[in-house]
Design a protein around this ligand. Structure first.
Ligand code: SF4
Ligand code: SF4
Ligand code: FES
Length: 249
């Protein structure tokens, strides 16, 4: 058993500072275990979110040595022995207490996205017919665990408070792509993608893709195809006319 030095940001909306703790670490531990050990030994009132400890609930995101990560999926053996580990709250969202931030911006955006609108069944037995490749394409987007690490690193949300009100962010480009590309969905959301979601503000830096713990190719598979659809439908008169006549294809 070795000891490790961990600097954890403690404070609230009024301000705070890093506090240093030294705790014993055993083989197989992850950063979330270390935070729990700090709670147990040194700071019972340390605030942090977690639920599953399995990389699936999306609630334990923080900045570990400056990198946005799920603390439950960050193994301690990736750090150099003797290295001091720094854990800070996600930088983009307002602080509530210690490592807990107010991520309600994301829920406000989510509320504004119209739900799935299914076409009627294809067969009398109530079933639908879909191509496997169409299913595979949207399945990638369904892996999102809503950790909001991508929203945290997106510079439009992080650095441009004024523009944030007209920008949904990468997590919701994934959601919009999932709906837009779903073979059964009849809704048309390209107007929403262009105006409310503000996809034109995304300059494809790929920072969101780099931090996604589910390895969703946010930029290549969601954002760029959505940008192409917006251009086709709002700036290409032939595609616009076909869509008016034939509906969503
Ligand atoms: S690629 Fe676009 S959505 Fe993703 S972080 Fe960069 S600006 Fe934000
Ligand atoms: S797209 Fe990836 S990084 Fe963004 S909220 Fe979903 S799982 Fe997290
Ligand atoms: S505790 Fe659920 S993703 Fe980390």
């Amino acid at each position: 058993m070795a000891d490790v030095t961990v600097r954890v940001w403690r404070g609230n909306a009024q301000g705070g500072a890093f506090h240093e703790y030294r705790v014993p670490v055993e083989e197989g531990m992850v950063v979330l275990d270390v935070l729990h050990r700090i709670q147990a030994i040194h700071a019972n009132d340390l605030a942090l979110r977690w639920n599953c400890k399995a990389g699936k609930c999306g609630s334990c995101g923080a900045e570990v040595n400056g990198h946005p990560r799920l603390t439950c999926m960050t193994r301690m053996n990736i750090f150099t022995p003797g290295e001091t580990i720094t854990v800070a709250p996600m930088k983009t969202f307002p602080i509530i207490k210690d490592l807990v931030t107010d991520v309600s911006f994301n829920f406000q955006v989510a509320k504004k996205i119209p739900a799935f609108q299914s076409r009627p069944p294809d067969a009398p037995d109530g079933s639908w017919r879909m191509m496997q490749e169409d299913i595979d394409r949207v399945q990638e987007f369904r892996k999102c665990i809503e950790c909001f690490l991508c929203q945290n690193v997106c510079h439009v949300i992080r650095d441009h408070e004024g523009k944030k009100q007209h920008f949904a962010g990468p997590r919701f480009f994934v959601r919009l792509a999932e709906l837009e590309m779903h073979p059964l969905d009849t809704g048309t959301r390209t107007g929403l993608v262009k105006e409310f979601a503000g996809i034109g503000l995304c300059n494809i830096t790929k920072c969101c893709t780099e931090v996604c713990p589910e390895h969703i190719r946010i930029t290549d598979n969601a954002i760029i195809p959505l940008k192409e659809r917006v251009v086709d439908e709002h700036y290409d008169p032939v595609v616009w006319l076909l869509r008016k006549v034939l509906g969503k294809r």
